[in-house]
Design a protein around this ligand. Structure first.
Ligand SMILES: Cc1cc2nc3c(=O)[nH]c(=O)nc-3n(C[C@H](O)[C@H](O)[C@H](O)COP(=O)(O)O)c2cc1C
Length: 341
């Protein structure tokens, strides 16, 4: 018996924009920071493997802040039973969506037989989907590439989507490039294979009733808006991390929210959060401020902000001293620039 996720809250009348799952980057501190900038974007965890969840410290991997909603847990795995168990744990923790990683090409992931190599086994992915969807009431979604290795993109993706949608899956996030499982590093696999939005758009045309979120290479509001008119949603990865204030622009221009906070307010609002994390969990200041380095991207004083945080965070005990010091350095540089102009 399969269960469809139709009518779920994954795609609604509100535009669908999300920040991609990024290992070592989108931890709960990063997501809290992104959420301060944007109340509406959907956030994703880093990938958590079923092995880590079943045999490791679940609470440590899955803990998140109530403010993060809507937030999705990304799972890595290929055993339907283990995935179903982990999806249930994720649902019980309060996550809003379970996402299965079928797009990551790293060696470590391939040796565990999950990530992008799963695209070669659509029947297995369909089984994984069914096991998870039959166990939880929240949406189960799939994140994939358009193809792997020498496969021809359109027929390959078509077979993948056809097989998994027949199991009831309606929500796909597609990183619009191939993954080369041999010969390219994960980083190269995010840049070298060409972006093919046309393939994803052809697939959307073929399956108009399924939801497709486009991912890969989106860097501007204009690109986000343009792609939202073709696809059911847009997922932004690296740009949201290196230039997080783009999320404020998304709030304003895409969600129509004009009640957004300036960069300085966001920076100051992180201080009580960092203090709580230090006190409750012993989290070092630098583990949180590392995600804030890009806050002033392209603004006068951006370099001084970045440099102050980078040079001082490793020994910082006081979040307030660090952030106020970095703000002062940035403001001083911006004022000097204004005077010189
Ligand atoms: C540092 C880093 C870590 C990533 N980790 C994951 C991951 O855990 N799971 C996943 O599905 N994709 C992962 N990705 C891929 C992104 O989710 C996204 O698909 C990719 O960066 C393309 O989107 P972009 O061009 O907007 O960055 C990672 C990307 C980066 C840069």
């Amino acid at each position: 018996m399969t269960k469809t996720s139709q009518g779920n809250s994954f795609i609604s009348d509100v535009p669908h924009v999300s920040v991609a799952p990024m290992m070592d980057w989108t931890d709960r501190h990063c997501r809290y920071f992104h959420r301060l900038i944007s109340p509406h974007v959907r956030l994703y965890t880093e990938m958590v493997t079923t092995g880590a969840m079943i045999h490791g410290d679940c609470e440590r991997f899955l803990r998140f802040n109530a403010e993060e909603h809507p937030v999705a847990l990304q799972l890595g795995g290929s055993d339907p039973k283990a995935l179903a168990e982990c999806a249930k744990i994720g649902e019980d923790f309060g996550y809003d969506e379970i996402n299965l990683n079928c797009g990551c090409p790293s060696d470590r992931v391939q040796s565990g037989n999950f990530g992008a190599c799963l695209m070669a086994e659509p029947e297995l992915v369909a089984e994984c989907y069914t096991a998870m969807a039959n166990t939880v009431d929240i949406p189960v979604t799939i994140k994939c590439r358009i193809a792997i290795d020498g496969e021809e993109e359109f027929p390959f993706l078509n077979k993948f989507i056809d097989t998994i949608s027949k199991a009831g899956c309606e929500n796909f996030i597609v990183h619009a490039r191939k993954a080369w499982l041999n010969g390219l590093s994960p980083k190269e696999n995010r840049d070298i294979p060409p972006l093919r939005y046309d393939i994803v758009s052809d697939i959307k045309n073929l399956y108009p009733n399924l939801n497709f979120v486009l991912n890969g290479g989106i860097k501007t509001i204009e690109e986000t808006q343009e792609n939202l008119s073709v696809f059911d949603g847009v997922m932004i990865g690296r740009e949201a991390y290196s230039n997080p204030y783009i999320l404020a622009e998304i709030e304003r221009k895409i969600f129509g929210n004009h009640d957004i906070q300036g960069r300085k307010k966001i920076a100051l609002a992180m201080i009580p959060y960092i203090e709580r994390q230090q006190k409750d969990y012993g989290v070092p200041v630098k583990s949180i401020t590392r995600h804030m380095i890009g806050l002033f991207h392209h603004q006068p004083g951006a370099k001084q902000w970045r440099r102050y945080i980078s040079e001082n965070a490793h020994q910082a005990d006081s979040a307030k001293d660090l952030i106020v010091g970095a703000l002062k350095a940035a403001e001083k540089a911006a004022a000097a620039k204004r005077l010189a102009a």
